[in-house]
Design a protein around this ligand. Structure first.
Ligand code: BGC
Length: 752
């Protein structure tokens, strides 16, 4: 296992400890509980699997502490009533659900939200998701997913914030604040669950569930910081991951769950397993049977079991046989009771069903969902200002397999989403266009996964309708005819929602099905083409980047997606999102990320392959706007700074266009020498700003030298190492404005 870092300089505050009143309440209750009742609190039943059978009786007997996958408020009140009125100690249930990017009203997928580089916007979106969820009695979100991901083959890259630990940490903390608010007992708050702890995003080959082999260096400097930031932001729970971390399954991994989470980070909340991941310890060839799995998981630090019932069936006996201590059981139960107390469930276990109807899908939430989708889109290319389109265009063609698919507009992990009220691209354009514009639309091609998705029964994408080759050809030709008859054609291509997310990894990144062919045929007509990308991962759009004049990545834009996209296409909104993942030219480049090491012949990093470039198609931090910006005049307020103090870097930013727009100013650093060589650049600050036409602003970004600390594989400590640093500012990871500064030691002791 990785060695633990010695206690060095900590860049983070410890999370708040639970209030004394909550601890006292839980202890009083604990004193009355039987061993079986304690194990009951540690057991979560999935209502959409066979565990849901006979659940009423189990709840009445105190054998269930939590439910997942019930979202109907009437049903939740009914089940809660059994817990509160029929169980011996009247302990309410805590109800979890995947509130990932909205609950009924769906916001853009997490990778899209990250592309806004706007923690306040993301916090707001998650607070609205929390409000809708809490209104029906769901009080616990299985989010945020903060797994750093550098391999777009991995389907779950869509659920996180991308490749960067600094940005990922800011977004993780914002999401926790959004879900939990300032008072968990309020109507608008739910408990966050940081997942999947830890290192799930490094699955080998990008294959979902495959093991992660992560060096100490990568673990402490890249993969762990975002979980730590979420814990420090006060997240109430953490979910253990499915995969083996360096050969030890995360759900039985004491190094992760106890030594790191509890001992180092002082996490006071509770840990839940992932779905069946305790039972799976045996499948992994780690534990010998269910009982051994339960023992290993609880002793490693898992407080609650999701779905499988090894705790329910074996834990009490294991305590009697002294394989698990009663203290371990008491600690786990106490943490769960404290969460229920904090949520106010002992006082208010039920929800007001009438109120839930007014909260869900309120105009305020819909408006915010639309606004968020305009902030998360990324303009990748816009030759000759083809976008925004003129509203008086006479004939516009909208083509693509998902243009009128509601589930595909929402994206994966929208399991409770209100599909019916979803505004598709077609709906959005129909609303936005004047009656004088003729809107032509058709699918052109259909797409489908080669293997079915695990979510097909709960959240299907539309099935292909065209069954013969002749039908498919006719539809393809029809689409190209429509392109020919239009003044401008918008092709919306990408992946169906079930092509990314869980168990949705890929071995290629090409546009699925015949989409590339459709795009090439559309371009061959000579008509102006706008490519809208609907995706949860970077795709291979290298041909498009050379031949299509305008490319706007809209991700999966959510419930108000069609309206937001119309706002963007016609210039009511101005795109300003930027990539939080490096966009590869080809799948052979992955994993690809900007914060690579300096190496032999560092000057030509793009020539690492003889048969193609090793530079990305679009770099991390890149994204265009309908406005243009000039960034000049980088200055630092001081050339030398003492370790632990801050310096301020400033640039002049001018909107050089006639249109209001936003840009994201980014600050990168590089440590020139030290006890270990450091990445060529690392993001250490950012700010999204809005500038009116021709407005000028001096933008200042504070660089806290604590953010320069890193874990050194030589010293095995987390420290700021004094010395010379480079600093760049601009609006992508390829920023060129450069300065240098020195960090001096605040003691005479050398750090290496
Ligand atoms: C996923 C988790 C999710 C859980 C409950 C698992 O398969 O890995 O991310 O929260 O299911 O739906």
């Amino acid at each position: 296992m990785p060695s633990l870092p010695a206690q060095g300089l900590s860049t983070q505050k410890a999370p708040p400890a639970p209030p004394a009143a909550a601890i006292a309440f839980a202890n009083k209750l604990l004193a009355k509980m039987t061993l079986e009742e304690k194990v009951g609190q540690m057991s979560q039943v999935a209502m959409n699997s066979d565990g849901g059978t006979g659940v009423e009786q189990q709840i009445a007997e105190g054998k269930v502490g939590s439910l997942l996958f019930v979202t109907d408020p009437v049903e939740l009140n009914r089940l809660q009533k059994i817990a509160v009125e029929q169980s011996r100690l009247h302990i309410p249930l805590i109800v979890g659900f995947d509130v990932i990017h909205g609950f009924r009203t769906i916001f853009p997928v997490p990778l899209a939200m990250a592309s806004s580089w706007n923690p306040a916007l993301i916090e707001r979106a998650q607070s609205l998701a929390a409000r809708e969820a809490r209104a029906v009695g769901v009080d616990w979100a299985f989010a945020p997913m903060v797994d750093i991901a550098r391999d777009p083959r991995w389907g779950r890259i869509m659920e996180g914030a991308g490749e960067d630990p600094f940005l990922g940490s800011k977004i993780a903390a914002a999401q926790v604040r959004g879900f939990q608010g300032t008072d968990l007992a309020s109507n608008d708050s739910i408990i966050a669950c940081v997942k999947h702890f830890g290192g799930y995003g490094a699955a080998v080959g990008g294959r979902d569930y495959d093991s992660s082999d992560i060096s100490d260096n990568q673990l402490y400097n890249v993969y762990l910081p975002a979980y730590h930031a979420a814990v420090d932001a006060g997240a109430g729970s953490v979910m253990s991951a499915y995969m083996d971390l360096n050969s030890v399954p995360a759900t039985g991994n004491k190094f992760l769950l106890t030594d790191t989470l509890r001992t180092q980070w002082k996490f006071p909340g509770f840990v839940v397993s992932d779905w069946d991941s305790i039972k799976s310890l045996t499948t992994h060839g780690f534990s010998s049977d269910d009982e051994d799995a339960a023992v290993r998981a609880v002793n490693a630090g898992v407080d609650m079991e999701m779905t499988s019932h090894t705790y329910r069936d074996h834990l009490a006996q294991a305590v009697r046989e002294h394989k698990v201590s009663l203290t371990t059981i008491d600690n786990a139960t106490r943490r769960i009771l404290i969460a229920k107390y904090d949520l106010g469930l002992f006082k208010n276990p039920y929800v007001d069903v009438d109120r839930s109807r007014t909260v869900i899908g309120s105009p305020e939430i819909r408006t915010e969902a639309r606004h968020t989708a305009t902030q998360t889109a990324i303009l990748l290319k816009n030759d000759n200002n083809l976008l925004p389109l003129k509203k008086d265009v006479r004939t516009l063609a909208l083509i693509g397999p998902m243009i009128d698919s509601k589930p595909d507009t929402l994206g994966s992990w929208s399991l409770a989403g209100d599909v019916k009220s979803t505004v598709t691209l077609l709906d959005g354009l129909q609303h936005a266009l004047p009656s004088t514009t003729k809107l032509l639309s058709t699918k052109g091609v259909e797409i489908e996964r080669v293997q079915p998705s695990i979510f097909d029964s709960q959240f299907p994408s539309p099935k292909p309708q065209l069954t013969t080759e002749a039908e498919r050809k006719k539809e393809f030709d029809h689409a190209i005819d429509l392109v020919r008859s239009s003044d401008v054609a918008v092709l919306a291509l990408g992946e169906a929602q079930n092509m990314n997310g869980e168990r949705a990894s890929r071995s290629t990144l090409v546009l699925p099905g015949e989409q590339e062919k459709l795009l090439e045929a559309a371009v061959a007509t000579g008509k102006p083409i706008v490519l809208l990308l609907m995706t949860g991962r970077p795709l291979n759009i290298t041909w498009a980047s050379q031949h299509v004049p305008a490319i706007l990545n809209i991700w999966y834009p959510g419930s108000e997606g069609g309206n937001a996209v119309a706002d963007l296409l016609f210039g009511e909104a101005n795109p300003g999102g930027k990539l939080t993942v490096s966009w590869p030219v080809d799948v052979g480049q992955v994993p690809i990320f900007y914060a690579r090491q300096l190496t032999q012949i560092p000057d030509h990093p793009e020539t690492r392959y003889w048969d193609g470039t090793s530079a990305p198609l679009y770099p991390f931090g890149f994204g265009l706007s309908y406005s243009t910006f000039s960034i000049t005049g980088l200055t630092l307020d001081k050339p030398d700074v003492v370790a632990g103090a801050s310096l301020t870097a400033s640039v002049d930013v001018e909107n050089t266009s006639d249109r209001e727009g936003s840009d994201i100013i980014q600050l990168y650093t590089h440590q020139r020498a030290g006890s270990a060589s450091r990445p060529v650049r690392e993001l250490k600050g950012f700010q999204r700003i809005v500038l009116k036409a021709h407005e000028h602003r001096r933008v200042q970004i504070l660089l806290d030298t604590k953010d320069l600390a890193f874990w050194s594989p030589q010293t095995k400590t987390q420290a700021i190492e004094p010395g010379s640093f480079d600093l760049w500012m601009g609006d992508s990871s390829e920023a060129t404005l450069h300065q240098q500064f020195r960090v001096s030691s605040n003691t005479h002791a050398a750090n290496r």
